[in-house]
Design a protein around this ligand. Structure first.
Ligand code: HEC
Length: 441
C-alpha cells in the first residue's frame, strides 16, 4: 500500500531525485560518530520549536498572567510539566550540542577555505541560540527571570553612546515591564525562529555547495568516500535518540520550580542565571569600577568578533591539529578560561553552607505536619496563613518561634494556627528550618 502511494507520488513529483540529493551527499573519508553534532543541534531545534508551540497554547505574555499561566501548565495541563521540562532542558542540551559541533569544526580546521562562510553562518546561529536563551528566560516572569534580565539589560546600558538607546529598545520604555515582556515574547517566538530558520537554510545550503570537510589529512579523505545514507544517517539517529532519552529523563526527574512571582520592588533578590551564562556572571564579579565596561561589552564584542572572523585570522593552511599549534593553543586557553570560570561559579554557588541536618529534619517535619496546607513557601502551598518564604528575615528570633510553636495564641492573639504535638528536638529542628528561610542564605 505504502509503496503504491509512493510510486504514485513519485511518478508525479519525481521524488527519487529529491531523495538522491538529500541522502547521497558524499562524505569524504566516510561516516563518523564525530560528525553527529550538527544533526543533533538541528533535532534539538525542532524539538524546541514543537514544545514551544504547545507551551504557547497556554502561555500568556503579560505581567499579570505569565506566572500564573506557567503554574497552570505545571500543575493542571496534561503533560504540561513534561513539555515545559523538555523545553527547558532542551535549551541546555542545544547549547551543549552546538558547543560540541563548533569544537569539532574547530579541531578539524573545517572552517578553512572554502568553508569560511559556513563557519560565519554557524557563529551567527550560535549567537542566535544565546539570544533565544536570554529572551526565553524572562518569560516565566518569576523573580529569577525578572532580576536576571534586569542585569542583562543593565549591561547593555554600559555600552557608550548607544547604550541608553539600546536599553530603551530592549525594555520598550524606561522600566522592565509589560512592554518588555511582549517584546521578549515576540522575539522569542516570531523574530528569532524566522531568523534562525533562514540561517540554518544558509548554513545547509553552503554545506551542500562546498561539501563536508572530512578528515584533516587529504590522504585519508581521498581514500574512501561514502554517502550520507545509510551509515551517517544511522549514527546521527542513534545519538539523536540517546540525546532525546537524556532530555526526557531530565524533564521527568529534575523539577525546575518557579521562584516567586516577579516583584519589581524587591531589589534585594539575587538571581542566578542559567548555567551556560554562569561563566560570564562569574567574570562580572571580578571586574569593578572603571574596568567594568571591559567585562560588560568590550570583551564580549572582541570575543564575538574574533569568533566570527576566525577563518581570516587563522591563515595557516594546515588542517591537522598537530601542525596548528597557535590555533590549538588559543582554543585551549579560551576553553580553560571559560570552564574555570564556570567551575568557580558553581563552586561559589554551592559554597553556601551545606544543608544543616537540623534544617533538613525541620523541612521533613514541615511536610509531615502539613504546614503547607495553610502556609506558602516560594509559591508552593496554601495562602490562608503568612507566606514563610523569607520568615528567617522577618522573624530572626529563635525564642519567638519556639514560643509560637508551643502555643500560637500566646504570641499572636487570635491565631488559628493549631498547636502541634512537638517534642523539644522537633521544636528546635522546625525552628532551624524556619530561620533558614532567607533571601540570602
Ligand atoms: C490551619 C492553618 C495553619 C497551619 C496548618 C499552620 N499554620 Fe503557621 N500560621 C497560621 C496563621 C493563621 C498564622 C498567623 C498568626 C500567627 O502568627 O500565629 C501562622 C503563623 C506562622 C508563623 C509566623 C509567621 C510570621 O511571619 O509571623 C510561622 C513561623 C508558622 N506559622 C509556621 C508554621 C509551621 C512550621 C507549621 C507546621 C508545623 C504551621 N505554621 C502550620 C496558620 C497555620
Amino acid at each position: 500500500m505504502a509503496s503504491r502511494i509512493y510510486k504514485w507520488l513519485d511518478s508525479r513529483l519525481n521524488l527519487k531525485s529529491v531523495e538522491r540529493t538529500l541522502l547521497d551527499e558524499p562524505i569524504p573519508g566516510g561516516a563518523s560518530w564525530i560528525y553527529v553534532f550538527g544533526s543533533v543541534t538541528l533535532f534539538l531545534f525542532l524539538m524546541q520549536a514543537i514544545t514551544g508551540m504547545f507551551l504557547a497554547l497556554y502561555y500568556a505574555p503579560t505581567p499579570d498572567h505569565a506566572y500564573d499561566s506557567l503554574r497552570f501548565i505545571e500543575t493542571e495541563v496534561l503533560f504540561g510539566a513534561f513539555v515545559r521540562g523538555l523545553h527547558h532542558w532542551g535549551a541546555s542540551a542545544m547549547v551543549v550540542a552546538i558547543g560540541l559541533h563548533m569544537l569539532q569544526t574547530f579541531l578539524y580546521g573545517a572552517y578553512k577555505p572554502p568553508r569560511e562562510a559556513m563557519w560565519m553562518a554557524g557563529v551567527v546561529l550560535f549567537l542566535l541560540v544565546m539570544v533565544f536563551a536570554f529572551t526565553g528566560y524572562l518569560l516565566p516572569w518569576d523573580q529569577t527571570a525578572y532580576w536576571a534580565t534586569q542585569i542583562g539589560i543593565n549591561m547593555v546600558g554600559t555600552v557608550p553612546v548607544i547604550g541608553d538607546f539600546m536599553m530603551r529598545v530592549l525594555r520598550g520604555g524606561e522600566t522592565l515591564g509589560a512592554l518588555t515582556l511582549s517584546r521578549f515574547f515576540a522575539m522569542h517566538v516570531l523574530f528569532l525562529p524566522s531568523l534562525l530558520l533562514l540561517l540554518i537554510g544558509l548554513h545547509l545550503f553552503i554545506l551542500r555547495r562546498v561539501g563536508p570537510a572530512g578528515p584533516w589529512t587529504d590522504a585519508r579523505a581521498s581514500l574512501d568516500s561514502e554517502t550520507f545514507h545509510p551509515r551517517q544517517v544511522y549514527m546521527d539517529a542513534v545519538v539523536i535518540f540517546g540525546v532525546f532519552a537524556v532530555v526526557a529523563a531530565a524533564a521527568l526527574a529534575i523539577p525546575f520550580p518557579l521562584t516567586d512571582k516577579a516583584d519589581p520592588s524587591d531589589t534585594s533578590f539575587v538571581p542566578v542565571p542559567e548555567w551556560y551564562f554562569l561563566f560570564y556572571y562569574e567574570l562580572l564579579k571580578y571586574v569593578h569600577g572603571p574596568f567594568e565596561p571591559l567585562a560588560t561589552w568590550i570583551l564580549p564584542v572582541l570575543v564575538i568578533g574574533i569568533m566570527l572572523f576566525w577563518p581570516f585570522i587563522d591563515r595557516n593552511p594546515a588542517r591537522n591539529p598537530i601542525r596548528r599549534p597557535v590555533a590549538l593553543g588559543a582554543g585551549v586557553v579560551f576553553l580553560v578560561v571559560v570552564l574555570s570560570l564556570l567551575g568557580l561559579s558553581i563552586k561559589n554557588l554551592y559554597a553556601v553552607p551545606r544543608a544543616d541536618p537540623a534544617v533538613v529534619r525541620g523541612k521533613a517535619l514541615y511536610a509531615e505536619f502539613g504546614c503547607a496546607g495553610c502556609h506558602r513557601i516560594h509559591g508552593e502551598g496554601g495562602a490562608v496563613a503568612p507566606d514563610l518564604s523569607f520568615v528567617g528575615d522577618t522573624r530572626p528570633d529563635r525564642e519567638w518561634h519556639v514560643k509560637h510553636f508551643k502555643d500560637p495564641q500566646s504570641v499572636s492573639a487570635g491565631s488559628f494556627m493549631p498547636k502541634f504535638p512537638l517534642n523539644d528536638q522537633q521544636l528546635a529542628d522546625l525552628t532551624s528550618y524556619m530561620l533558614s528561610l532567607k533571601k540570602v542564605p
